[in-house]
Design a protein around this ligand. Structure first.
Ligand code: ZN
Length: 504
């Protein structure tokens, strides 16, 4: 390719590398930071953020983008060459660059200050269960989100812009349609399970030594395909996955009385980690070496966490190993009791504690609230009442306080609107991929029973991971499954997994 293109890629990589250093500092802050070192780390992180912003908004990138645009312009009008590598890199890099340079530095700094203050405001308000104390921060965030959309040229489509930031190409109208269909199928299933006399035994998980849990989850995540020579797992308060390319940092947490929490959160983060490890290393630092958005990312974590690791075939292989690690604890627990406990369904007010059947209803609730906030149908002051009404309608539960209702999630304190829908879109995509791959490889269950996940991973690598940001979520799903993104596979999957357990 041309010298201009080479220089553009070099500039993009430079910004990317600074981003990875910042990410590593962030990981270290949550995993290793001594208690009195926070101020020093804040200074380091602030300087890195400044350097990263300067590298990403480097005017030379703008100049090179214009030069490359002239060179590839013969490709621009040609639909057939839409996914030529250079064109993808130019198209996506231009989008990123504009997002960085169109926001005034003062605006960016103000949003960072607001997010920091709002985080502490949220934590304090949650502690007192007092939404009123958090409301002014939320008002300000909402105002700034609309301002940001205006800077980027989205006019009055501020919520679409917020969604597009997480899932390029997705819109509120499209999500409204998908969620309506999902809700119509999901609510009857949830009600039927709630009326079922079948209850999972949750009292069986007591006194599972942490060291044995650690060994077991290491074996599981290694078998699923995580490469520990290019990543690691540590402990943090909230599990997460950070990094890209040749260095992926995952975290989990341990509770002797809740071994499934560390196991399934590790598998979830492993799904994210496998995606990042599968992105083409040679394209690292360019959009072709980057993930295709939050929804696609979540489809990878959810597929491994739910479709794969809650299946009978998975447990056919891992149950004997689990029992080997915890012989006394599981002596009086039957296989069927264990499998039911792995697939426990019970409503809860708290999203992060939710089972996968109820989970999407928690997301539909948040999407509905955000949609109304942005359209002006709902005022910030009326949020708790709207939240509680939706909670009752969707989950059959009314929060007893703001703490377990409207104040439970951290996202809005950072102004992260349009983020929640990604979780549910990812669940839909995961189920759709699941049906597609099983149609192609009917022998997957037999693989899993042998502890072999290579065929599934190989397929995900080729179809999803190696594509980087070549396609937006909608296009990716269409290409891989031959259909538009639809909730029907998620509904079918939930029905097939949970009806035999609860609706016998
Ligand atoms: Zn996730």
């Amino acid at each position: 390719m041309s010298a201009a293109y080479e220089r553009l890629v070099a500039r993009l990589k430079r910004a990317h590398i600074l981003g990875t250093v910042a990410g590593l500092l962030g990981w270290d802050e949550q995993v290793n930071l001594p208690p009195d070192s926070a101020d020093q780390r804040a200074e380091q992180s602030a300087l890195l953020a400044e350097l990263h912003h300067a590298a990403a908004s480097d005017p030379e990138i703008g100049r090179l983008l214009a030069e490359v645009e002239k060179e590839v312009c013969h490709l621009l009008s040609d639909k057939l060459s839409e996914d030529v590598d250079e064109k993808v890199v130019w198209r996506e890099a231009k989008k990123d660059y504009e997002r960085v340079v169109k926001l005034p530095a003062e605006f960016v700094a103000e949003k960072a200050r607001l997010s920091s203050a709002a985080y502490h405001g949220w934590a304090a308000a949650k502690g007192k269960s007092d939404f009123g104390a958090f409301a002014p921060f939320l008002e300000k965030h909402l105002e700034m989100a609309k301002q940001e959309a205006a800077y980027l040229g989205w006019g009055d489509r501020a919520y679409d812009y917020a969604i597009d930031k997480h899932d390029p190409g997705m819109t509120a109208a499209k999500i409204t349609e998908l969620f309506a269909e999902l809700k119509a199928g999901l609510v009857p299933l949830v009600r039927a399970i709630a009326a079922s006399p079948v209850r999972a035994r949750t009292d069986i998980f007591k006194g599972f030594p942490v060291e044995a849990q650690r060994e077991f989850l290491r074996e599981v995540t290694e078998r699923l395909g995580f490469n520990y020579r290019r990543g690691r797992i540590d402990v943090s308060l909230h599990p997460f996955c950070e990094g890209s390319g040749a260095d992926i940092r995952m975290t989990t947490r341990f509770d002797a009385d809740n071994p499934l929490d560390s196991l399934f959160s590790s598998i979830h983060e492993t799904g994210h980690g496998l995606y990042e490890q599968g992105l083409p290393l040679a394209a690292q630092g360019t959009p072709l070496g980057q993930n295709a958005g939050m929804g696609v990312h979540e489809s990878q974590s959810r597929l491994w966490e739910n479709q794969v690791s809650r299946s009978r075939a998975f447990w056919a292989f891992f149950e004997p190993r689990f029992r080997e690690k915890f012989p006394a604890q599981l002596a009086a627990v039957s296989s069927e009791e264990l499998y039911l406990a792995v697939n426990e369904v019970a409503p809860t007010l708290i999203r992060v504690d939710s089972d996968e059947v109820h989970y999407n209803l928690h997301i539909i609730l948040r999407f509905e609230i955000e949609r109304r906030l942005f359209s002006g149908e709902l005022a910030v002051a009326d949020l708790p009442a709207a939240w509680n009404a939706l909670s009752q309608e969707l989950l059959g539960l009314t929060p007893t306080s703001d703490k377990v209702g409207v104040l439970q999630d951290v996202h809005w304190s950072g102004g992260a609107f349009g983020y929640f829908p990604s979780y549910c879109l990812g669940n839909m995509m995961a189920a759709q991929l699941w049906f597609a791959v099983r149609a192609k490889y009917p022998e997957l269950d037999t693989d899993f029973e042998k502890g072999d996940f290579a065929r599934l991973l190989g397929w995900l690598r080729a179809e999803i991971h190696e594509q980087g940001r070549r396609y937006e979520m909608g296009e990716l799903v269409r290409r891989v499954t031959g259909e538009e993104l639809t909730p029907k596979y998620l509904l079918r999957y939930l029905q097939e997994r949970y009806a035999p357990l609860y609706l016998k």
